[in-house]
Design a protein around this ligand. Structure first.
Ligand code: 5CA
Ligand code: ZN
Length: 420
């Protein structure tokens, strides 16, 4: 699938090194050992109500990570999926009386336009699940053959039975066992499984937490013929197969919002381990949830602030970006008009503060030092609020090389201050 255009990312002189990142699996900050390459997978949208500020915030978190890697001179390979067929998308299309494929196409295009406006670096591989049904079905077949997949009687389908993943059979200590990514206890897993697309009450499963690998076709639902029968893939196997096909095993970072820690990333890691014998990723990284009007911004609640609506209102996309970056990516925070207003003011101050070099002024700071302080803040788990604080202070005192600081702001925070 076509992604979107690559923004300019200027090179910044000076020494740079790759960031330390919080890893959900180990619970601490880790130095990601990458050699000269970094491989990143970030879970993409389910295209039925894109792009709200919560989505934008998650993609901006991993954009900051990628910018730090590029600054450190690493060769980055980034893959992202599109969950182009899934129950909520089908339900929304039915509600609106349109074909689910048309709804997905519209929303994917809106997402591309929003990511372009926000200067988010595109993935190299942008893959819709609908493009890779065959390799996914083949992976399910391999799991069935190895005894990690099993069929559950599905009387409401005329096309065979659903296939589930046997968590216990897949356990491989040191590679993956239930909880090795999330660290959650069983009670929490059961609650989250029920809330986030699982079906713990499905009769015939070996363990209530076993996730769906393949859904046998039901009347009126999208279906593909495949080696495991007619139907469509489960959710987690989609990301495992796309990630393995494009990045291989043991890639650097698996990312997404914290609502994906369980079951999605836990089970994606489990499926990948069962398919490959290796861990999916070295680090599991999660962005906090953005709320609006007191609750998590979500399509199902409908409390959305859409990037496209802000753009239509004439809001500067750079301000949207900076408003998001004013929050640490791992924190949960709330979008308000005040957050946006503060970012608009900040862009004005930075533009004025770094428009010229104030080398004659006694208070002017060394731009080299400012850039190093920004890098150092970002190096510690992508601390964008700390980087912004450094830049606020530098914009008020003046700097000896405004062009250098503007260049660093554009490269590392993705906010262009210089006129082209
Ligand atoms: N298609 C799946 C992932 S395979 C999915 O979760 N799609 S989504 O459209 O619901 O979300 C896209 C990304 O935005 C995910 O990484 C999700 O964790 C993140 N996200 C969703 N809501 C929020 C929110 N309120 N705040 C921060 N991130 C969010
Ligand atoms: Zn995913």
């Amino acid at each position: 699938m076509r992604a979107w255009p690559h923004p300019d990312v200027p090179a910044v002189p000076g020494a740079a090194c790759a960031p330390l990142l919080h890893d959900t699996a180990s619970g601490g900050l880790v130095e990601v050992h990458t050699g000269d390459k970094a491989r990143l997978y970030v879970c993409g949208i389910t295209p039925y109500d894109a792009t709200h500020i919560g989505h934008a915030s998650t993609y901006l978190a991993f954009d900051t990570l990628q910018r730090m890697w590029l600054d450190a001179g690493l060769d980055v390979h980034y893959a992202q999926n599109i969950t182009g067929v899934d129950d909520p998308l089908l339900e929304r299309a039915t509600e609106r009386g349109i074909d689910w494929r048309d709804l997905a196409d519209q929303q994917i295009q809106l997402f591309r336009d929003d990511m372009t406006a926000l200067d988010v670096i595109p993935p190299h591989d942008y893959v819709a699940v609908t493009e890779v049904i065959t390799p996914i079905a083949e992976a399910v077949e391999r799991l069935l053959a190895s005894g990690v997949g099993y069929r559950v009687a599905t009387p409401d389908s005329e096309d065979g039975d659903d296939v589930y993943f046997d968590i216990a059979a897949a356990a491989a200590p040191g590679v993956w066992t239930l909880g090795s990514e999330s660290g959650y206890d069983r009670a929490l897993m059961e609650r989250l499984s029920a809330e986030r697309g699982g079906d713990p009450d499905r009769v015939g499963k070996r363990d209530p937490l076993d996730p769906l690998l393949w859904r046998a076709a039901r009347a009126g639902e999208p279906r593909w013929d495949s080696v495991v029968g007619a139907g469509r893939p489960g959710w987690h196997i989609e990301c495992s197969v796309i990630a393995l096909d494009h990045l291989g095993t043991d890639f650097t970072v698996q990312g997404g919002g914290s609502d994906l820690v369980f079951p999605h990333h836990e089970m994606s890691a489990g499926h990948a381990a069962a398919l490959s014998g290796h861990p999916l990723a070295a680090v599991y990284s999660h962005a906090g949830m953005v709320a609006y009007q007191g609750e998590k911004m979500s399509k199902s609640l409908g409390n959305l602030v859409l990037v496209s609506e802000l753009r239509e209102r004439g809001v500067d996309p750079r301000a949207v970006r900076l408003a998001v970056l004013a929050h640490h990516y791992r924190s949960d925070w709330e979008w308000t008009d005040a957050v946006l207003d503060a970012a608009i003011v900040r862009i004005g101050r930075w533009t004025a503060g770094f428009a010229e070099s104030s080398s004659g002024s006694p208070d002017a700071r060394s731009s080299d030092d400012v850039v190093e302080a920004v890098r150092s803040a970002l190096r510690t788990d992508l601390d964008t609020p700390a980087a912004i604080e450094v830049l606020d202070a530098a914009a008020s005192s003046g700097v000896d090389d405004g062009e250098l600081v503007s260049r660093a702001v554009e490269a590392l925070l993705g906010v262009r201050l210089r006129a082209r």
